[in-house]
Design a protein around this ligand. Structure first.
Ligand code: HEM
Length: 162
């Protein structure tokens, strides 16, 4: 069957600025649990492509811990989505997945890093963005490294900034 036409406007619900209200929860078998805050920015810049920027900080010290930015593209005529991502850790990723309703499920499709990137090296990332019925946005992220199998690293909920 022919999939319905799904333009980038089907991602309109992501556009704008978001901020964690409650701190997010970070975890991993090799790490002490941590709490973080994060703001997200999604903007459409005159193409059917969304630019994004995510800034995460330690909830207590406010120190910037993690940043990522990039572009979101959709495959014309399908619900397939690609995130093209650069992270401050040096990781560069293409994540792909699909949009079903207001749920975006993504998985690593391609990955690269500087030759001198810190270890352990990330092998795969899986994440879900989901708009909740109360209008909040939730992100859950799992990853595997060359030392650990796929395990949850992050869970956080954002509110839309006015
Ligand atoms: C540690 C990857 C997002 C906070 C790590 C480690 C990796 C990693 C591979 C080392 C794990 C180990 O030693 O076994 C990623 C990836 C992310 C991501 C791929 C996104 C796609 C974030 C975000 C935060 C964060 C948004 C928010 C604050 C931390 C902290 C550590 C850590 C605090 C431990 C200290 C450190 O190694 O810097 N992350 N991370 N990460 N991550 Fe993430």
């Amino acid at each position: 069957s022919i999939p319905p036409e799904v333009p980038v406007s089907s991602l309109d619900w992501l556009l704008g600025n978001w901020e964690s209200v409650e701190p997010g929860k970070g975890s991993y078998p090799s790490l002490k649990d941590f709490r973080y805050t994060e703001d997200l920015h999604f903007a459409q810049m005159g193409q059917p492509i969304i630019n994004f920027m995510f800034n995460a900080s330690d909830a207590e010290t406010k120190k910037i811990l993690h940043r990522e930015c990039g572009f979101i593209r959709m495959q014309t005529g399908t619900n397939r989505v690609a995130f093209i991502i650069a992270q401050n850790s040096g990781l560069v990723e293409v994540e792909e997945g699909e949009l079903v309703g207001k749920k975006l499920s993504l998985h690593t499709q391609a990955l690269a890093r500087p030759s001198f990137a810190k270890e352990p090296h990330v092998k795969e990332v899986s994440r879900v963005f989901q708009l909740q019925p109360d209008g909040k946005l939730e992100q859950t992220l799992s990853m595997s490294t060359d030392k650990q199998p796929m395990t949850q690293h992050l869970h956080i909920t954002y509110s839309r900034l006015a």
